[in-house]
Structure formats: C-alpha cells, structure tokens
Design a protein around this ligand. Sequence first.
Ligand code: NDP
Length: 445
Amino acid sequence: MNRYLEKVLNDVKAKNEHETEYIQAVEEVLTTVEPVVEKHNEYEQLALLERMVEPERLITFRVPYVNDSGQTVVHRGYRVQFSSLIGPYKGGLRFHPSVNQSIMKFLGFEQIFKNALTGLPIGGGKGGSDFDPKGKSDGEIMRFCQSFMTELQRHIGQDIDVPAGDIGVGEREIGYLFGQYKRIKNAYEGGVLTGKGLSYGGSLARKEATGYGLMYFMREMLNANGQSLEGKTAVISGSGNVAIYACQKAKELGMKVIAMSDSQGCIYDENGIDLELIKQIKEVERGRISEYKKVHENAQYLASKDIWNIKADIALPCATQNEITLEDAQKLVANGVIAIGEGANMPCTKEATEYFLANNILVAPAKASNAGGVATSAIEMSQNSMRYYLTFEEVDKKLENIMINIFQSCKTASEEYGLGNNYVAGANIAAFRKLAKAMKAQGIV
Ligand code: NDP
C-alpha cells in the first residue's frame, strides 16, 4: 500500500481503536483509491485524506422521554455532520438498539461518497439513536421523536443539514420529527427533512426510490456484462423499505424473488414471494415475517442467516451492515450466484466482497447502488423550494436516469484504471476524485 495511505489508515485505527465499522469503511475506500492518490503527490501536503476521514462535527445528546408506564427513559442521540464540501449535510436517521458512534461515523463517511456519485449538490451526514421503535406505541414513538428533535433542531436547517429516514425511521417518525421542528421554529421549512408524507410536502416515489434505484443499477450492471435480469431468481434480505421496493421492481423487471427476511427469520417461497402479503404484514400491521406462513403454508420459515444458503442467481442484501460474511459468500458462490446488489449500507464484510470479486461475481456497491434514495430526497428538496410537485412518473424517470449515470461513472472509472468490472473500486474512485477536486478548490477548511 502507498506510504501516505498507510499512514492515514494507521492514524485512523489508532485514534478510533474501538470503532470497527468506521475503520472498515475507511479502509475499504482508502485501499481502492490508491491509483488516484499515487498520481497526486500534493494530497499529502494538503492533508487531503486526513481531512476527508475526520468529520466536520460530531454531536451527541441526551434524549429523555416518558414511556406508557410513566417511566422516564433516557437514550443517546447522534448527528455526525461529516462533510459539507458539495452541499448541505444530508443523510438519514437510524433508530436501532445497535446504534453507536462507530456505526454513525461509518454511515456518515459512506454518505459523502454516495452523495457525490448522485451528481446532486448534497454533502454527507448521518444520525440516529439507540432507541428501538419495535413494539412501542404510537404515543411513545411520538414523544421520543419530539424529544429527539427538541435538541436536533439547533443543528439542522434546509441549507445546513437535511436528515431523512433509515432503519427504524419511516414516514411515521419523519412526520413526528417534522411537526416538532415546525412548532419550535414557527416556520414551515419543508426542505429540512425528506421522506415526508405526501400530504405535507413529501415527494412521490421517495418511498420506492432506494429499492427501485437498486434494481435500475442492477439492470445496467448486468446488461453491461452481457446478462439480463429477466427470468433470474433472487433472494432479498430484510423486509423494510429498501427490501420491499427492490422486490417490487425486481418483479416488474421479470425476476422471481423467492426469499425475504427480517431480524428474526426468513421466508422461502419457491412459488415466488407474495409481496402484497409482505406489505400487509410489515407496512400495515408492523408484524413479523413469520406470519407469512399462516397464509402460504407451503413456504418454509428458516433462520435469518439461512437466506444465504438458498440457491438463487442474484442476492440482494437489503437489511443491515456486515450481514454477508465470508462464509455466506462462499455458500452463495457455491450455489451459483452471479451478482450481488447491495441495498443496505456495507452489507458485505471486506472478506466477503474480496471473495466475490476473486470469483468474478458482479458486485453492485452500496455507495452507488443504493444512492437512489438520497438522490430522490434531493429531488424532494428541490420540489419543496419550487413549491411545485412532480408526478410519480416524472420523479421515477429522473431516478432512473440518475442510476444509469451513476453506473456509467463507476464503469468509466474502473475501466480508466484498468480494473475491469470491479465497480466497488470504480464507485470509490469516481466519488473520491470529485470530492478531492472540491476540497482542493475550497482551500484549507
Ligand atoms: P427498515 O427499518 O425499513 O427495514 C430494515 C429491515 O432489515 C427490517 O426487515 C429489519 O428486520 C431488518 N434488519 C435490521 N437490522 C437487522 C439485523 N441486525 N439483522 C437482520 N435483519 C435486520 O430500514 P431500511 O429498509 O430503510 O434500511 C435497510 C438498509 O438500507 C440499511 O442498511 C440502510 O442504511 C440502507 N439504506 C436505506 C435507505 C432508505 O432510503 N431507507 C437509503 C440507502 C440505504 P426487523 O423488522 O426484524 O428489525
């Protein structure tokens, strides 16, 4: 490894010793941008990499609320404002018990590159809390969101930082967060949050955007390699926002989705997943995927991780980070998988990604393939500024074009550096070059 890159990586490891996910995300980027760094000796004197890996600001705060039993509960809130190089900080909020500083920083760091790839004027940020919305009443969710926003509102704004949803934060939570922001600020500032409901400033097709975008990217990637999605089978981990709409678009593009999961189990339905039933269970009833079997008795209910044992042409990890380990990758390859599409952020461990690439499996990297969500959030922001709304078809067409362009950027960059169809490196290089240029242009800040 290049000496400068190695020095920066060692510093990151030493300074953030316990932040394993964050170190993993930085290492993945630094190792792949080596050919660019080799060409630019000036980066070291400008401490360009050191500045890129250090968040501009990291805010942590106390979030107290009263639960339905009258008990006061305290959670920790975060917002990492990683980079405003090319636009206001932008990135989702995650409510999940696993949330910690390392996960916030890895997600914020990845977001900078993802947002740069969209070609839209958005910087990178992320936030959330170790609060678990699962099993909570609407009243508890509302009181928690109001408390969270009571602090967060000091740090955000439509030209400063624009949060959105992520795991555990969907339209319901965004609604409560927006209501509290508006109340405190005494102003309707539509562009301060994205993923809003359609009745108060949300964009059509935002809910579908990440999953649809993933499938547009997959279609482009397969076509560029002489293959097609039509007639292929797929397994999709998760059954949340990304997974559901990836499944919907996969079916529209002629694929057969045979398995989906949640954190407790996996449904394997050889006849093809009944998506309307999944939506009913997950979006309406907020239930568990195991309930699928009550309607489709022939489907099998397996452990979550068993999804990677199922034979399919394409695997779409759409749940969470590091859900595909080396062992899972070996099973997928042995079962003849031809492509991996990362709907979740960093769903494959470093070893799993390396194994796929070494076995000529096509990998659609999260920073590029799941960028459709944030791209459509930026389209929501511009609609809020224009005070004018686009139709579903108009937003979807813009999303599709953005995904085609993102794929082309990854392909061009990987080919330019002689890396063939390694789009993992291509995505990192394309985004890094844009960010490095902006950083040099803006002086030492
Ligand atoms: P949701 O909360 O809507 O759904 C998450 C799904 O993943 C649920 O089915 C959940 O199961 C499952 N899941 C969560 N944690 C785990 C875990 N530790 N092990 C197994 N399964 C788990 O989230 P999203 O669909 O919005 O997000 C999914 C992924 O996509 C995340 O990595 C997110 O960062 C990424 N992403 C999301 C975007 C968006 O627009 N929403 C944009 C870009 C990326 P259960 O219900 O049992 O918890």
